[in-house]
Structures are given as C-alpha cells and as structure tokens.
Design a protein around this ligand. Structure first.
Ligand SMILES: Cc1cn([C@H]2C[C@H](O)[C@@H](COP(=O)(O)OP(=O)(O)O[C@H]3O[C@H](C)C(=O)[C@H](O)[C@H]3O)O2)c(=O)[nH]c1=O
Length: 188
C-alpha cells in the first residue's frame, strides 16, 4: 500500500503518509491513487489542482466555500514547511470547532485531507513554502468563497507564530465565527 492513512482527533480528517522510494538519483512517490483513497473513505472526485507560494510568516486562511460549492482539499508542501490546520465548522458536529494541525514539509512529504465542511488555513514556517493541493467537490466559486478570522478565540488555534502574521486584506477583515456565513450541517 503506497499510502498510510493516519487517523487524527477528528475522524474525517486524515494525515496521509506516502511511500517514498529513494535511491542515488533522488526519490519517487505516488501522491494520489484513487483506488487507495476510496478504500480509505476519500471517495469524492478531485476537480481542480492548486499551487501557491508563500514567504515566511504568511498565514492564509481560514477559508472554505459554502454549500453547494463546498470543497475538500488534499494538501501537500513541496517546498519548505507549513503549519497546516483543518477546523470542523459543521454545525451540530460532535467535533464542531475542533481542529487538527500538522506540519507538512518538503522533508516529511505528509499530506493533510481536509474534507468538505472544514475551514482550511496554514502558517508558513520556512523562508519560502510552496503547497500543491487537489480540490474535490467544487471548482473555485468566488461567490461561495468565505473566510473566518484566523485567531478567533472561539476556535483558539495555537499558531506557532514568531510575531505578527502576513495576511491578505481578505484575511485581515475576515469575520469572527459569530458573524460568519456558514451552512454546513453534520450528517451521520
Ligand atoms: C482559491 C483560488 C483563488 N483564485 C484567485 C483569486 C485571487 O485573485 C487569487 C488569490 O486568491 P486567494 O487570496 O483567495 O488565495 P489564498 O489566500 O491562497 O486562498 C486559498 O488558501 C486557502 C488556504 C485555501 O484553502 C483555499 O484553497 C484558498 O482560499 O487567486 C483562483 O483563481 N482560483 C482559486 O481556486
């Protein structure tokens, strides 16, 4: 099995550890294989691939797209290191507002599966970091794109910050949860 699916404190959120084949030339790894991910319960079709680069201290998030354009994300860091976070924002979920955080890096090659119904964000820990992530469910829909304040005390993410983060205007002005537009409902 080329992937190890590691459970987290939130059942739907998984850390995916790919099998890395190293040799004197470098390395090879499979970064996605539908049959293995379906077996692990990640069955939604991927419809878009994204790639972003950030300098140290950049914090992107917390972002999500509203239903019916919700997105799942399979995130990996191909250069540098990030502190990646998935927050459960599904109303009446037993893990509502709980979050999973994990360091994803060029080194560890770990991936984080962020399902629909979760807000996603990350802090850039290395001088530069590049992430590539597969998106399931819906393609980008600006009308459904939403932000949630990165440091909302109701969520209380313990970001490993060294000073103030570098934020986009959208993220600086993001609403707190109590004012946010969220329409995810937990389904058994
Ligand atoms: C997300 C997205 C953005 N764009 C355009 C819209 C803006 O003109 C520009 C930058 O967008 P934004 O500032 O929203 O990029 P991020 O701050 O990296 O947002 C992403 O970062 C967090 C961590 C996420 O999980 C989401 O994928 C996404 O919200 O790219 C597109 O054309 N397509 C897209 O799918």
């Amino acid at each position: 099995m080329p992937f190890e699916f590691i459970k987290t404190d939130i059942p739907e959120v998984m850390i995916v550890k790919p099998k890395v084949f190293g040799d004197e030339r470098g390395f090879f790894l499979e970064t996605y294989k539908r049959e293995d991910f379906v077996k692990a319960g990640i069955y939604k079709e991927f419809v878009q691939d994204n790639h972003s680069k950030s300098v140290k201290g950049v914090l992107r998030g917390l972002h999500y797209q509203l239903n019916p354009k919700a997105q799942g994300k399979l995130v990996r860091c191909i250069k540098g290191k990030i502190f990646d976070v998935a927050v459960d924002i599904r109303k009446n979920s037993p893990t509502f507002l709980k979050y999973v955080s994990v360091e994803l890096s060029e080194e560890n090659k770990f991936m984080l599966w962020v399902p629909e119904g979760f807000a996603h964000g990350f802090l850039t820990l290395s001088d530069e970091a590049e992430i590539m992530y597969k998106v399931s469910g819906s393609t980008y829909s600006p009308e459904h794109d939403r932000s949630l304040r990165w440091n909302d005390p109701e969520i209380g993410i313990n970001w490993p910050l060294e000073g103030e983060p570098i934020l986009s205007k959208k993220d600086k002005d993001a609403p707190l949860l109590k004012n946010a537009d969220i329409n995810f409902v937990y389904e058994i």
